[in-house]
Design a protein around this ligand. Sequence first.
Ligand SMILES: NC(=O)C1=CN([C@@H]2O[C@H](COP(=O)(O)OP(=O)(O)OC[C@H]3O[C@@H](n4cnc5c(N)ncnc54)[C@H](O)[C@@H]3O)[C@@H](O)[C@H]2O)C=CC1
Length: 279
Amino acid sequence: MKVVVTGAKGQLGTDLVHLLANQGYEVYGYGREELDITNSDQVKQVTSEVRPDVVIHTAAYTKVDLAESEPDQAFLINAYGTRNVAAASEAVGAKLVYISTDYVFDGMATTPYNEFTPTNPLSVYGKSKLAGEQFVRDLHSKFFIVRTSWVYGKHGDNFVKTMLKLAKERDELMVVNDQIGCPTYTVDLANCILQLIQTEKYGVYHVSNSGHCSWYEFAKAIFEEADIEVKVNPCTTKEFPRPAPRPMYSVFEHMALRLNGFKVMPNWRDSLRIFLRSI
Ligand SMILES: NC(=O)C1=CN([C@@H]2O[C@H](COP(=O)(O)OP(=O)(O)OC[C@H]3O[C@@H](n4cnc5c(N)ncnc54)[C@H](O)[C@@H]3O)[C@@H](O)[C@H]2O)C=CC1
């Protein structure tokens, strides 16, 4: 099976390309330099030359705070770039996996979000990713929209790596304790995507590790699992303001995985332990 991966040098893209290659897939991973998704001709050229069975679209504008002052860039890449990928993959009959986000929700819920909960993004980033989802729905007939959250892995910047770095520089850290969500390890996410693409069970999927925590609880767990002594103090979102509003509660229910007979991902703390041992 031939698989094209966009954003192949990103955090998720890198692990996906490794996993697919290890599993014997014929994988074509493109970084931004080789395939700029905002260039529709280039996207069409790649899909018509490779003729993939599946396109996994991980490329995105991911600078959540900067997006508030650069909405054009965010929409150009996340909305129109996704339109280009959706149209080109549909034209060659390839299945499409589009990676989306918990930021499509407003975080006002008190119970986990399932795939049928109405969306209401707060930030420019969330709005631009939702616009990407809409293009996928409008232009593609065989798609998986995979919404994920709080992603970390070996490649690229993420919360886990930031915490490990800060612990080397400081004795004490303040971490937000009133935002609740689901951490997601790239390797688990990549394995889940692999399950999906082997089927025709198209639709929207919420994919994260199981369980949930606050950023503060996540930070404490990182230091416990890594056996690092550092004092972590809880703080509120108000005490730590950021340009882009975050959903306060973005816990996923994995209803689509469950109802379609897929494996639900391991508990976040077990995956965190595996990740920390691997680095
Ligand atoms: N990191 C996170 O916590 C979360 C990420 N996501 C989504 O997961 C997907 C993967 O995220 P990460 O791997 O963490 O992001 P990343 O920022 O590590 O990787 C994204 C890649 O896209 C590339 N890219 C940017 N503009 C491009 C363009 N015009 N053409 C081609 N490539 C371009 C970047 O160079 C980068 O390598 C993204 O769609 C993101 O929106 C969803 C929820 C949470």
